[in-house]
Design a protein around this ligand. Sequence first.
Ligand code: IDC
Length: 487
Amino acid sequence: MFSIPRPFRRKLIVGGAVGALALAATAGLPSMNAMAATGCAVTYTTNSWQGGFTANISIRNLGDAVSNWTLGFRFPDAGQKVTQGWSATWQQSGTSVTAQNMSYNGSLGTGASVDVGFNGSWTGSNPNPTAFTLNGVTCNGGTTTPTTPPTTRPPTTPPTTTPPTTPPTSQPPAGSTPVGINGQLRVCGVNLCNQYNKPIQLRGMSSHGLQWFGSCYNDASLDALAKDWLADVFRISMYVQEQGYETNPTAFTNQVNTLVDKAEARGMYALIDFHTLTPGDPTYNLDRAKTFFAAVAARNANKKNVIYEITNEPNGVSWSTIKNYAEQVIPVIRANDPDGVVIVGTRGWSSLGISEGGNSDEIVNNPVRADNIMYSFHFYAASHKDNYRSEVQRAASRLPLFVTEFGTVTYTGDGGVDNASSTAWLDLLDRLKISYANWTYSDANEGSAAFKPGTCSGGTYTGTSVLTDSGVFMRNRIRTPDNFPTS
Ligand code: IDC
């Protein structure tokens, strides 16, 4: 069973302490490196509990700009291990750890910072790491400018310490919308993190099939979603079959892009759902997925509000088939939009395998080989209860999860709201900071729809008089204040 860690927070600022300065002779410095000023400061923040810990490290370059960097440090105790790192390529040998930049965060100007982090395990004592270096230079909070070629030893006179000349890279939130505050998202450990590298939870609604309910998604309804419901995310469900994408790829691609823009204009994240359902084998739609995602990723590459969900609910296929699909589609997205978060569907209608007799171990033991990805979990509260909840709780400490679709009703999409189970589910997701989108923001004649039938032809979407029981329940949950840390 999962036990809730009793975290404690520690912050260690490395800087100003006396430390030996060495010169980086090679790695990562510009060609003028012989004369480059070097220096760095590190802030190490950790949360730990019995046997485990999470560490966030902010590295500040106080020297000349570099185009590649390697962070180094040492654990005083061989019992500490990096188990999963992010925003860098991590390696550990004995007590020594290095983190090398990814392609997107290698360049670090003077005064600029980069945030990386990792999950770790520990036995014995639980000491802080020491001896932080950036490109081989000890991070003591100061800078030094070599006057001799780097093949010689460090200067014998104490370095002159100068304060950083440029302001920190983090800026105050631009506006008060979810995208304005959180900016470009990325996966950090098992969480979805904002531009300040802080875990956040997004809460919002899923469209119904665009081929049937396209008229429900317009300026008025999306205004209501952003300003009356205070939603953070809008899932754009583009069915592939059932008169969907396959019948007119260009029109559906354009419709998705238009809705991405409408979400962006209202400061909401847009989750682009390639809504495969029947057939359950995503490979059936592999070529369509490549074509579709190449187009939407290229077109929306510069936006901060786009998240990609590459297959809705694989079913009747093995995890390795899904993984294989993901490893072919993700590179197409990355080639066009390198920093977008990608969500991968899971076995058994995105149940982490549970609905087909499995569990999340199959993913933990054989994860998709890509960075910055999450795995989807779907549930319908009146059908899926304690055994599903306990597996989600267990999986959440090991895999980044996003509930891209769930219903308050049964898995048929119809029936009454199960208040007790829906509340238990959303309380769990809130506690674990797992993001979610509810099925559906539509006026379909079924219990899962938020609006009463006929609402979308009426044009009024605000308030509760247009809502079903499920709509009232979801609006109440989504309207509660967000927790979006900015520091
Ligand atoms: C349902 C719709 C329903 C539609 C049916 C077939 O609510 O109107 O006729 O799809 O397309 C899912 C799927 C989602 C289902 C939903 C409810 O992702 O497409 O929508 N559901 O059955 N997985 C579990 C439940």
